[in-house]
Structure formats: structure tokens, C-alpha cells
Design a protein around this ligand. Structure first.
Ligand code: B12
Length: 252
């Protein structure tokens, strides 16, 4: 950190030396020239000087590289934008008590992995009773009714199931980001819910996965985005905050 502690540089061997390590693959076979090409790319990315620390052939015509070098860029902490938790973190007992008292019915959650995505570990971490990071999942909460549709659910099927279950919240997981599949699928999902429900009746739309930008709710048309390391308690607390504390939900 420098004087006013708002500017930082990466650290490697000595404080403020700017050292970073990056990895990438080039579509060329592994030889001396390929290693030179990796260093040229590193220099163009602003790593100066850069060292090649790892090169490994990947199939016939590709090479994977790791380079280590110093960047001149600085991080301005005052300009960093993140989504801070803006609701209190509640325990399961508190969540159940609020739902029971204020909704006087169970809060219904429908969850799924949509599109061709088969990565269910993330949504299961949030929903399954066995939970994640030492916390029980939403199925453990007595006042929540959880319908987990699993993997590769088509958007029309999700909309219909959400309607049939009278879902208060729809929780969608997207892990695969190839060709921005997570963004396209999420936009398709949020547009379909907006078309199928009048604004006042639309379920809360929550999407999660390790590579989302939590600031992108507006662009994706969802109410909240959760990223890497999300815990079930954070999600349960958010649902109570958004569905019970912020707006009055009609009893069934
Ligand atoms: C396990 C795994 C698989 C398993 C999945 C098993 C299953 N039932 O889920 C199998 C073997 C099936 C698999 C297949 C594939 N996989 Co895979 N897989 C992984 C791996 C190793 C771990 C993912 C995981 O389980 N993480 C643990 C969970 C707990 O973390 P999480 O998903 O981030 O979830 C947390 C948060 O993100 C958040 N969260 C997630 N979802 C939601 C939803 C909501 C509503 C909320 C609130 C929060 C939330 O909360 C969770 C808890 O904190 C990753 C690499 C990695 N290390 O991440 C690759 C990875 C995701 N897979 C990858 C790929 C490419 C594939 C395949 C295409 C491979 C292939 N060529 O066949 C296929 C695709 C299959 C398909 N149709 O989707 C790539 C994706 C690359 C990309 N850019 O998209 C990765 C990153 C590996 C890599 N480095 O290449 N995979």
C-alpha cells in the first residue's frame, strides 16, 4: 500500500514489485518459437520483464503456458465497485420465524440448472439439505418449500413449473460460460418470466454461478446475482429480505 492506502500494486518477491502470474494457451505446437511467442504476448499485455515458468503441449497443435512478470498498472481501491450484502444475515430459526409470522404460509422456491448446463453441484449446495460450507441447504428450512428441478431444464418448462408451484422465487444456476452461454440463458429466462407473468405476480429471479458479474442484474433482467462461495444462509436471508421485509406477500 502507498501513503493514503488507496493505491495498491501486486506483490510477488518484494512489496510493490507488481509481480503477477498468468496462464494461457496458444494454438501452436510446443517448441522454442512457441515459448518466444508466449513471452511476446506477455510483453504486449504489459508484463515487463516476464519469465516463462511453465510450458506444456496440449494435444498436437496447442501449448499451455504460465508466465510470471511485473505489471506497471496500479489498483485504485476507491474506484472498485462490488455488490455488498445489503441485508442482515439470518440463521435458519430467524428465517423460519419471519416467514411463518409474516407470510403465514411456506415460501416456495423453485431451482434449476437451465440450458444444456449439467453442473448441479452449485445449485445443490444451496438447496440440498446437506448444504455447503458447514451450513444446511434451503431444504432444511421448515418454512421453505423447495422444488429442485435439477439439470438441463428448458426455460418454458421452468416457467410452467414455477407457475404450477406458485413459486415466490426462482433460483437458476449457470456454470458453463463458453460463448457466454450463462448470459444468453439468463436473459432468455428473465425475458420469458416477464412475458409469462404480470410484473406484480412475477417470482423473484435469482441467478448464481462462479463467473457472473454481480453488478449485472439490470443487463440480465434478474433481481439478484450470487457468485463464487455463496452460502445457503446468504440466499435464505436475501429471500426473506426481498420477499417479506421489502414487500408484503399475499397469504395463499
Ligand atoms: C464437477 C464439474 C463437472 C461435473 C458436473 C457434475 C455435476 N453434477 O454438477 C461434470 C463431469 C459432469 C462436468 C461436465 C462438464 N464440464 Co465441468 N466442471 C466441474 C468442476 C470441476 C467443478 C464445478 C463444481 O462442482 N464446483 C463446486 C460448486 C459448489 O461451486 P459453484 O458451481 O461455483 O457453486 C457455488 C457458487 O457459484 C454459487 N452458485 C452456483 N449456482 C448457483 C445458483 C444460485 C441460485 C445461487 C444463489 C448460487 C449459486 O453457490 C455455490 C456454492 O457456493 C469445474 C471446474 C471448477 N473447479 O470449478 C468444471 C467446469 C465448470 N466444467 C467445464 C466444462 C467445459 C465441462 C464440460 C463442457 C466438459 C466436456 N467437454 O464435456 C462438461 C459440460 C457438461 C454440461 N452439459 O454442462 C469448465 C467450464 C468452462 C467454461 N468456460 O464454461 C470448467 C470450469 C472446467 C474447466 N476449467 O475447463 N463438469
Amino acid at each position: 500500500m502507498t501513503d493514503n492506502k488507496t493505491i495498491v500494486r501486486p506483490y510477488g518477491d518484494t512489496t510493490g514489485d507488481g509481480m503477477v502470474q498468468v496462464s494461457f494457451t496458444l494454438p501452436i505446437p510446443h517448441d522454442k518459437k512457441a515459448e518466444g511467442a508466449a513471452l511476446q504476448l506477455a510483453a504486449k499485455m504489459g508484463l515487463e520483464p516476464a519469465m516463462l515458468v511453465h510450458a506444456k503441449p496440449m494435444g498436437g497443435g496447442f501449448t499451455f503456458f504460465v508466465v510470471y512478470g511485473s505489471v506497471r498498472h496500479l489498483v485504485e481501491l476507491e474506484k472498485v465497485q462490488v455488490v455488498e450484502r445489503d441485508f442482515p444475515l439470518l440463521g435458519a430459526k430467524e428465517v423460519n420465524a419471519v416467514v411463518k409470522k409474516r407470510m403465514r404460509r411456506k415460501l416456495v422456491v423453485v431451482g434449476a440448472c437451465i440450458g444444456t448446463d449439467a453442473h448441479t453441484v452449485g445449485i445443490d449446495a444451496i438447496l440440498n439439505i446437506k448444504g455447503y460450507a458447514g451450513q444446511k441447504g434451503l431444504e432444511y428450512y421448515r418454512e421453505l418449500r423447495v422444488v429442485n428441478l435439477g439439470a438441463q431444464v428448458a426455460v418454458p418448462e421452468l416457467v410452467e413449473r414455477a407457475r404450477a408451484e406458485k413459486a415466490d422465487a426462482v433460483l437458476v444456476s449457470q456454470v458453463v460460460t463458453q460463448k457466454d452461454a450463462h448470459l444468453h440463458n439468463t436473459k432468455e429466462m428473465s425475458a420469458a418470466f416477464r412475458e409469462a407473468f404480470p410484473a406484480a405476480k412475477r417470482p423473484l429471479l435469482v441467478v448464481g454461478g462462479p463467473r457472473f458479474d454481480e453488478l449485472a442484474t439490470g443487463e440480465l433482467g434478474v433481481d439478484r446475482i450470487f457468485g463464487r462461495g455463496t452460502t445457503p444462509a446468504e440466499v435464505a436471508s436475501y429471500l426473506v429480505h426481498a420477499l417479506v421485509e421489502k414487500k408484503a406477500v399475499p397469504a395463499a
